[in-house]
Design a protein around this ligand. Structure first.
Ligand code: 9MR
Length: 370
């Protein structure tokens, strides 16, 4: 090497090395919003090994995919299981991450006994609410000041903006939502409190949610933000619809979070109900086309969809506090089993070998101006 080429190498190296080796996804958005990821039980247990550096490099917020849901953390009346929660919160602290709790009250992944007395009869409203308050006190209380924000109530509305006829609602009416937020705030006054739902880009659904959220605020009940889950497809919903959602939530006085982002790349059967139908769809090349790898065209569309979405989120960074991916890598995404079980999907930012999808990263870097 001549002195001249050595000089050139020395001059270029510090600039080029930095970008490609250490830069994580989160760094693209560090002045805008947290970048989060939902982790599962196995990933939390494994944090010392392969995953920790990867999480540290790319994310500065964590959500628990399933481990803090009622059936996991409180499987029986007098039995709480905090093994996952303790490890999860510990991981969040080690990462220095904004650590989210998900979710205190939901109609899914909640055992039947919650709604029944010892004789199996349906509980009265006051008994159900006091059971719910006990649960919130134990779970949010255990992680007081260690969990930064809670999804307090999840998915309590129908698409038309009416209340979902869950057991919670049938027994307690909308008061279950108000009481859940009241109790969560009493137990951990420093935690941010969120309502979280899918299809918040739909005008009708959003109207129902915002009406209640404003009513709660007017009654002095703390509610900081609304989570737009962000389970999207390649072709829809439109950016315009998502944008309208972000704007209206912010105008109503609430912080916006994109809480469960993923992009389904597989075709959706129009009627996918029933186990037998699921079988056929999973086995059919039409509905499960990428068993041996995603096509370059679909991968390119995925990268573009993520770029478009993040460009929109950046445009509204003053309204959005966090964007969280619903899973770390394709192999573990719930979308391999929804709406059809047993398909091979590619909805996330890391592939099955835990490699960051370079095409997506490149495009995100462009939209982030890096
Ligand atoms: O990703 C979760 C999956 O592993 C569970 O089987 C499923 C059970 O309903 O819940 C998934 O996460 C959901 C989240 O908690 C709330 N919004 C919808 C998510 C996808 O179903």
């Amino acid at each position: 090497m001549t002195k001249f080429t050595l000089l050139i190498v020395l001059l270029i190296f510090p600039f080029s090395s930095n970008k490609t080796t250490d830069e994580g996804l989160k760094d693209l958005f560090e002045d805008s919003f947290y970048l989060g990821v939902a982790v599962n039980r196995q990933q939390v247990a494994d944090n010392e090994k392969q995953l920790f550096p990867l999480l540290k490099t790319h994310f500065n917020s964590l959500s628990p995919e399933n481990g803090l849901k009622w059936e996991k953390v409180h499987p029986q009346l007098d039995l709480y299981d905090f093994e996952f929660g303790d490890a999860y919160v510990g991981l969040g602290e080690k990462l220095g991450a904004f650590t989210v709790g998900h979710c205190l009250v939901w109609h899914q992944q909640v055992p039947d006994w919650v709604f029944e007395d010892a004789a199996g009869e349906q509980l009265e409203k006051s008994a159900l609410l006091s059971r719910m308050e006990d649960h919130i006190a134990k779970v949010a209380g255990r992680y007081k000041s260690r969990i930064d924000g809670w999804d307090v109530v999840n998915e309590a509305f129908n698409e038309d903006g009416s209340y979902r006829e869950s057991k919670w609602f049938k027994i307690a009416g909308k008061d279950f939502i108000k009481e859940a937020f009241r109790k969560a705030h009493e137990i951990d006054p420093d935690a941010e409190l969120y309502y979280n739902d899918y299809n918040m880009w739909k005008t009708s659904k959003r109207a129902g949610v915002l009406k209640l959220a404003k009513e709660m605020k007017a009654e002095g009940i703390r509610i900081d933000g609304i989570g737009m889950q962000g389970h999207y497809m390649l072709e829809g919903p439109s950016l315009a619809d998502i944008e309208q959602g972000i704007i209206e939530i912010a105008e109503a006085g609430f912080t916006v979070m994109i809480t469960e982002l993923d992009v389904d790349v597989l075709p959706r059967p129009s009627n996918s109900e029933g186990a037998d139908l699921n079988m056929n769809y999973a086995n059919s090349p039409e509905f499960n086309p990428f068993v041996n790898g995603i096509s370059p065209e679909a991968e390119e569309k995925l990268a573009q969809r993520y770029a478009d979405l993040f460009q929109l989120f950046l445009k509204h960074k003053d309204k959005i506090s966090r964007v969280t991916l619903w899973g770390l890598h394709d192999g573990k995404s719930w979308l391999n089993n929804f709406p059809v079980r047993g398909r091979t999907n590619y909805p996330l930012l890391f592939d099955r070998e835990l490699k960051l999808k370079e095409g997506v990263f490149e495009k995100l870097r462009e939209v982030a101006g890096g």
